[in-house]
Design a protein. Structure first.
Length: 396
C-alpha cells in the first residue's frame, strides 16, 4: 500500500469516527469504536502503525484492511481505495456550524416547523458536499435531533446507491427502535434493488424479521410492503407477488387517523403507487391512487415540503401513460416542472419521467430522442440506478 492509499484510508477512518487522530492515545477509543460497530477487534497498536505513531517493518494485514474498510462502510479495501468521489472543500467553521445547530434542543422532536425548514437547508448543503457530510455524519447519526430532522425527514433517495448508504448504516447502528430500523433497512433494500445488488436477498429477510408495531408512520410501513413487492417481482415469484399486492391494497383501505399529519398527504399510497409504476402494474397503481384521493386534504393543515405534491402528480402521470391514456399523461407532464420535485428524490423521479418521454418520441434518430437518452444514461451513471437500464431498453 503506497502513501497515498494510506492517507486515503486514514481520512476515511477519521471521517467515520468523527474525530481526528492526533495523538497515540487517540487510537484506544478508536479501537473501541471499531469493535462496537463491526464486532471485530483491531488493536490500538495496529492503528498506531496505520497513523504513523509506530514506525517499524510490520505490515498491516489484509484482514485488518478489510475490517477497516467495513468500518468505513465499504464492502472491501479495493472499493474504498477506488472510491474517487470528490467533494467541495470543507472548512472547520462549516462543521462547527452544523454541530452547533443540531445541538440546539428543539421543543418538539415530533415536528417543529421552523427547525424543520432550517434543517432542510442544512440537508441541501450536506448533500451537495460529500466531504462535509463525511466529516459530520458520525455526529449526525448519534444526535437525537439530527436523527429525526436530517436522516428521517430528508432521506436522500438520490444518493442511496452512490455513497449515502454509508451514512444510513451509521444511523441504523445508533438508533435501534423498531420504526427507525424498518425505515433505514427498507431504504437499504431499495438501494440494493435499484443497483441490482444481490445483497437485497439477505436484506429482505432482515426486514421481514423486524417486529411491526400497530402504530407506525405510513412511510416506513409502506416501504416494508414496497420492498416485498419489488423483491418478488425481481424474483419472478408470482404467487408471493400477488399476495403482497393484495395485502397492501387491503392496508391502504384502512387509513390511520390517529395522527393528524397522515391526512395531509397520502404517505402510504405515494410509496405504493410508485412501486406499482416500477413493476408496471397500472391498474393496481390506479386503485391505490384513488384510495389516496379519498383520504387526504388538498389544502393541508400543516406545511408540506415543497415537491411532494409534484412528485405525486408525476406518479399519476406515469400511471396514465401505463394505462394507455397518452393524451392525459402529456397534459399532466406540461404542468409538472421537474425542478419542483422534492430535492431528496429529484433524480429518481426525473429518470422515470424521461423514460416515459423517450417512449413518446416516434423517431429514434431525432435530436430530441438522442438528447433525452444521453440525459438518462448520465443520470443513471450518477445515481447508479442500473435497475432503470432495462426500462430504457424496453422503450427503444
Amino acid at each position: 500500500m503506497d502513501s497515498d492509499q494510506f492517507q486515503k484510508l486514514r481520512n476515511k477512518i477519521q471521517s467515520t469516527y468523527g474525530e481526528e487522530i492526533l495523538f497515540s492515545k487517540d487510537c484506544i477509543p478508536l479501537s473501541e469504536d471499531l469493535f462496537s460497530r463491526i464486532k471485530s477487534k483491531i488493536s490500538p497498536q495496529t492503528l498506531r502503525r496505520l497513523f504513523g505513531f509506530i514506525k517499524d517493518e510490520i505490515k498491516i494485514s489484509n484482514t485488518s484492511l478489510q475490517l477497516l474498510s467495513n468500518y468505513c462502510g465499504y464492502e472491501n479495501y479495493n472499493d474504498l481505495i477506488n472510491d474517487n468521489t470528490i467533494g467541495k472543500a470543507v472548512s472547520d467553521s462549516d462543521v462547527k456550524y452544523i454541530k452547533l445547530f443540531f445541538s440546539i434542543t428543539t421543543s418538539n422532536l415530533g415536528f417543529d416547523e421552523n427547525y424543520h425548514n432550517a434543517s432542510k437547508n442544512i440537508s441541501k448543503l450536506l448533500f451537495s458536499n460529500s466531504n462535509l457530510l463525511n466529516k459530520t455524519s458520525t455526529f449526525l447519526s448519534k444526535n437525537p435531533a439530527a436523527q429525526v430532522y436530517f436522516f428521517e425527514r430528508f432521506p436522500y433517495l438520490d444518493g442511496i446507491c452512490s455513497g449515502y448508504e454509508i451514512h444510513l448504516k451509521k444511523y441504523l447502528f445508533e438508533k435501534r427502535n423498531q420504526e427507525a430500523q424498518l425505515f433505514g433497512n427498507c431504504l437499504l433494500y431499495l438501494s440494493y434493488a435499484l443497483s441490482n445488488n444481490s445483497k437485497r436477498k439477505s436484506q429482505i429477510k432482515l426486514i421481514n424479521s423486524l417486529p411491526i408495531k400497530d402504530k407506525i408512520h405510513p412511510f416506513p410501513f409502506a416501504r416494508m410492503f414496497a420492498s416485498n413487492i419489488m423483491e418478488n417481482y425481481l424474483n419472478k415469484n408470482v404467487e408471493e407477488l400477488e399476495y403482497w399486492i393484495s395485502y397492501c391494497l387491503k392496508e391502504a383501505n384502512k387509513p390511520d387517523k390517529s395522527k393528524k399529519e397522515y391526512i395531509n398527504f397520502p404517505y402510504f399510497q405515494f410509496i405504493i403507487a410508485d412501486v406499482f409504476n416500477l413493476i408496471q402494474r397500472p391498474h393496481e397503481a390506479e386503485e391505490i391512487l384513488r384510495i389516496g384521493e379519498l383520504d387526504y386534504k388538498r389544502i393541508p393543515d400543516t406545511t408540506l415540503d415543497e415537491g411532494y405534491i409534484e412528485a405525486l402528480d408525476l406518479i399519476k402521470a406515469i400511471n396514465l401513460f401505463q394505462l394507455g391514456k397518452i393524451s392525459e399523461c402529456k397534459r399532466m407532464f406540461k404542468r409538472i416542472n421537474s425542478k419542483d420535485i422534492i430535492f431528496v428524490m429529484h433524480d429518481y423521479f426525473l429518470i422515470q419521467r424521461l423514460i416515459v418521454e423517450l417512449s413518446l418520441i416516434k423517431s429514434k434518430t431525432s435530436a430530441k430522442y438522442l438528447a433525452i437518452n444521453n440525459q438518462l444514461l448520465n443520470l443513471i451513471e450518477k445515481t447508479n440506478f442500473t435497475f432503470f437500464l432495462d426500462k430504457i431498453n424496453k422503450s427503444n
